[in-house]
Structures are given as C-alpha cells and as structure tokens.
Design a protein around this ligand. Structure first.
Ligand code: G3P
Ligand code: MG
Length: 245
C-alpha cells in the first residue's frame, strides 16, 4: 500500500474544538501524520492559531483577531462553543503547537490566513519561528493568497509551499512550478486524477481538503493523491487499513 499523509484539519476537529491544543493532541493519538492549522496575527504581532478572522464563532468575543493583544486572546474560551467539556480551552500560539510536535515526525501544514486581513510581516514571523524551532523540514506553508506564498519562497527557499484553491485550475502543476510551490491543496471537488499524476511527475504533491466521507476518501486515494486533509483522521486510518485487506 502506498502511504499517504493523514492531515488533521484544524486538529481532530470533528471530536474536539478546532485549532485547540486538545484538537492537536487528539489528532496525534488518532494516528494523524500531519496537522493543518490556520495562522493569524494578534495586535501585538504574535502568531495565533484560529480559523475565522473574527472571534464570535469559536471564542464568543466581538471583533477581530487582529485587534486583540496576545494576552487578551489567551484569556478567551475557545472550547465552550463546541461542548461544555472543553470549557477553558484557549486559542493557542504557533509556539505551543511547535512545542507539541518537537521531536515527532509530524507534518505541519500552516495555512496563512492573510486573504481578508493583510497581516503585515506575517510571512517573516512564520519563517522566523519555523527556523527557531528547526522545523523547516516539517512545515508546509499554504494559503489562498498565492502572492504571499511567493514571498515566503523568496524569504525561505528551504520551506515548502502549497497552493490552496477552490475552483478547478488549468494545469495547476505548471502554475505551482512557476511559483516554486511543491504542493497543491485543492478543494476536494477541484481535484482531478490527471492533474495528480502530472503534478507528481514534476515533484508536486496533491493534498485535497476537506475530505470526511469514507467513500470520498476512497475516491481520492484511487485518484492517487499523496495526502488527505480531514476532520476525521481516525476514519482515514481505517479506510487506508481496509484498502490493504
Ligand atoms: O488548508 C485546507 C483548508 O483548511 C482550507 O480551508 O477554510 O478550512 O481553512 P479552511
Ligand atoms: Mg485551514
């Protein structure tokens, strides 16, 4: 069986509140080989892991992440919205996630959420942190903001980048190669079998998102993808095991 990367989307976000340390820890327990998370910047320039640009949905506060300091963000409850069992879970910093995976062979897909809010200096900060923790080999930077990924590549040629996209692209592997990206992260309905193999021939891997249905996981594996981004890493583990039988 070809092994594929099992990438837990916002951690094990089907069973834990997304983008919390609990979700990341659980993902590892469930057999994920990678973690995807969303990176934003606090008002005082700290890298924080949260999906929405605003705090209402997952942290029950008004306003924007960018307007809160690190200390203020750290006091918010990012667990209760999901279930009372998770009351008091906080919004982690990138350093907290780096600390968790230190010494483990885990792929870290850091999605730069800089499409809506143009976080100034985000690329420099993510790269600096990655280098400080010596995680250059494990980190893959992705974004829907492809200009930001080009900037990352220019600043840090040694760190991999991957293009996120929602709609089908024409020869996405040619576009990726032009941007020196080594990954394609298409929305699951934008993934094409022919593109997957043509990309691989150029050394570009394809990890579709967000694939939670076992039949859909199977379809992606049959397409030959090298990784799958899912809220349910344990289901993907079972699906892969079933395939070998
Ligand atoms: O990185 C894959 C996926 O996370 C992109 O979309 O909105 O879930 O961050 P979103
Ligand atoms: Mg994401």
């Amino acid at each position: 069986m070809t092994k594929i990367e099992i990438i837990a989307h916002r951690g094990a976000s089907a069973v834990c509140p997304e983008n919390t340390m609990k979700a990341f820890e659980r993902a590892l327990e469930l057999g994920a080989t990678g973690i995807e998370t969303d990176v934003q910047l606090s008002a005082d320039g700290r890298l924080m892991l949260i999906h929405d640009e605003t705090l209402q949905r997952t942290a029950g506060a008004s306003g924007w992440v960018k307007d809160y300091t690190y200390d203020a963000l750290r006091t918010l409850d990012a667990g209760s919205w999901f279930h009372s069992d998770f009351a008091g879970e906080s919004i982690p910093s990138l350093d907290m996630l780096f600390n968790l995976v230190q010494g483990k062979r885990i792929l870290l897909n850091l999605e730069l959420k800089n499409g809506v809010v143009p976080y100034k200096g985000m690329e420099e900060r993510v790269i600096q942190a990655t280098r400080e923790w010596k995680l250059e080999q494990q980190v893959v930077l992705s974004s829907f903001n492809h200009a930001s990924l080009v900037k990352c590549k220019r600043l840090a040629p040694e760190i991999r980048t991957a293009l996120l996209y929602m709609e089908k692209l024409y020869r996405p592997y040619d576009y990726a190669a032009k941007l020196e990206a080594t990954g394609l992260h298409p929305y699951k309905l934008a993934a094409e079998k022919e593109d997957v193999s043509a990309a691989l021939a150029k050394g570009i891997v394809t990890y579709p998102f967000t694939v939670n249905d076992p039949a859909e996981m199977q379809r992606m594996m049959d397409m030959g993808v090298q990784g799958i981004i899912t809220d349910l890493p344990d289901v993907l583990v079972s699906q892969m095991a079933a395939k070998t039988r």
